[in-house]
Write a protein that binds this ligand. Structure first.
Ligand code: ADP
Length: 184
């Protein structure tokens, strides 16, 4: 299953590169210092251009970066979006330091900030499941369930998960199916 309607809003799973995706807000799986990095973070800065990092630098000097589970918003530069929302997901350290709670917090913080900035559509990568090593199935369950809960109460009409590999997409599809079953 790759699509779910939630209270008239749409959640969709897509295989692709998030830097080529179109949405009001594109989410970046950043780090708390907002210094750019590898993975999706590097790809967003390369594709979006230097304006994004310049705003990240300003935010870091004004407020010291982004706490784990928090989010900050910048221009989207050359990306096909109005904003990039940068969140620092948790590094997986075995599950004993509330990584699950922090990951849910990341998704909620992004959607709260998106709503505050009048975004109707938001695209997420799979936060924390690359270099930060959060187990993909646990992470997908948190991602999908948190987004479903948020869609019910926020003025956001569309959330896309843009998954980079077909293996990741398959996990998210399975988890979406489970979540849809639980909603019935
Ligand atoms: P984190 O540090 O939060 O783990 P990573 O960027 O290392 O962030 O990985 C997060 C996820 O983003 C991984 O599943 C990775 O495959 C995926 N990813 C990497 N590049 C892209 C891209 N261009 N578009 C979408 N997802 C991407």
């Amino acid at each position: 299953m790759n699509k779910l309607a939630v209270h008239g809003k749409n959640l969709e799973l897509i295989l692709g590169n998030i830097t080529r995706h179109s949405a009001d807000a594109i989410v970046n799986a950043a780090n708390s210092r907002l210094v750019g990095g590898g993975g999706v973070d590097g790809a967003i800065h390369v594709a979006g251009g230097p304006e994004i990092l310049a705003e990240c630098d300003r935010i870091r000097s004004e407020q010291g970066g982004c706490p784990t589970g928090g989010a900050v918003i910048t221009t989207a530069g050359r990306l096909d979006a109005k904003f990039v929302i940068h969140t620092a997901g948790p590094v997986w350290r075995g599950g004993g330091i509330d990584e699950a709670g922090l990951l849910a917090c990341s998704y909620r913080s992004c959607l709260e900030l998106a709503e505050k900035n009048n975004c109707r559509s938001v695209a997420f990568p799979s936060i924390s499941t690359g270099v930060y090593r959060f187990p993909i199935e646990k992470a997908a369950r948190i991602a999908v369930r948190t987004v479903i809960d948020e869609l019910k109460r926020r003025a956001i009409e569309r959330v896309d998960f843009v998954l980079f590999t077909s293996a990741d997409l398959a996990v998210y599809e399975k988890v979406l199916e489970e979540a849809a079953r639980d909603m019935q």
